[in-house]
Ligand binder design. Sequence first.
Ligand code: SF4
Length: 354
Amino acid sequence: MNTSNNLPVPYSSKNKILKVGIPRALYFYKYGPLWVFFLQNLKSEVLISAPTTEKIVATGAKLALSELCVPLKIYFGHVQALIDEYPELDYIFIPRYVSTHEKQYYCPKFLILPETIKYGMNVPIPILTLEVNAKKMHSIEGAIQMGKILGFDQEETSQAWVLALQKYKKFKENMNSSNYIMSLAKLDSNPLHEIKKRKFREVIPENIRGKFPLDILILGHSYNVYESHINKHLIERLQTMDCNVRTIEDLNPEKFKKPVKINKIYEQYWQSEDEILKTARYYLTEGKSEIDGVIFLISFACGPDSLIQELVMRDMKTRKIPFLSLILDEHSGESGVITRIESLVDMIRRKKYN
Ligand code: SF4
């Protein structure tokens, strides 16, 4: 039996505990806990790449094609970081997310992620793939295929998958914008990867601190919103500026049930963008009084993002909600991002409290 990169399967995990590496990038920020629980249920030891550093970004940018979006470049960097830190790995886990809804697709980059890595860089460790494709099969069928590679039969894998899903659901219920990064960090047992809370310069004078709070909605993909290195610690910085942060993760999933129609004919079929549009729709309508402004994090060279950014911006303008889009790439400078956030927050605060 071969794996996604045609390297032979090392051995069944029934004989030995296998070491499986997970790159801390892209949908690790959404489905990471599920993958970790599933692999652990299949008796594997899970090793996660270190939190993103300048070196990881630079390595990824060197390995990947320059036209790719920055989250994908970072993914390359994390795969390399795993190879360098854990050369003894039995597998590197690279999932293929096609869709989790019959009528929608994830971005094409997710559809071909295992191949992008396989042909885009030298990976001397077998790639282990989980295919999630609601258009073709139930998620459990993809899980069973993966379990087979690890030496587990249908029943064992099904049980491992169902238990992992239950644990993931509970884990996610306790996650919100304030604890999201640290909750994910708990999945990594390597003490060298500890994420330390950053302390930033106080910009609000002590005598008025806490008196003029703002509520800011951050829109964007989870791998932009919670990737602190690339967004220059946006959440923590906003908190230092007396802002309460809201993200998609703070919304009740019930709000995501109704599909977004862009016009009478066109129904939004990019799954992640649909979530962003649904969040925007909620705050444009029933949740309007809950926010004072919006920051949309966009990846440079991302087609779906650039399309919906325009739609969201127009809607926010119509409802007079202050809006800032920040385009993230590997060259984004810290000072440029901070200046723009500080100006936005200052402008909204003056307008609200004057
Ligand atoms: S949605 Fe955009 S940012 Fe995300 S992987 Fe696709 S192109 Fe990159």
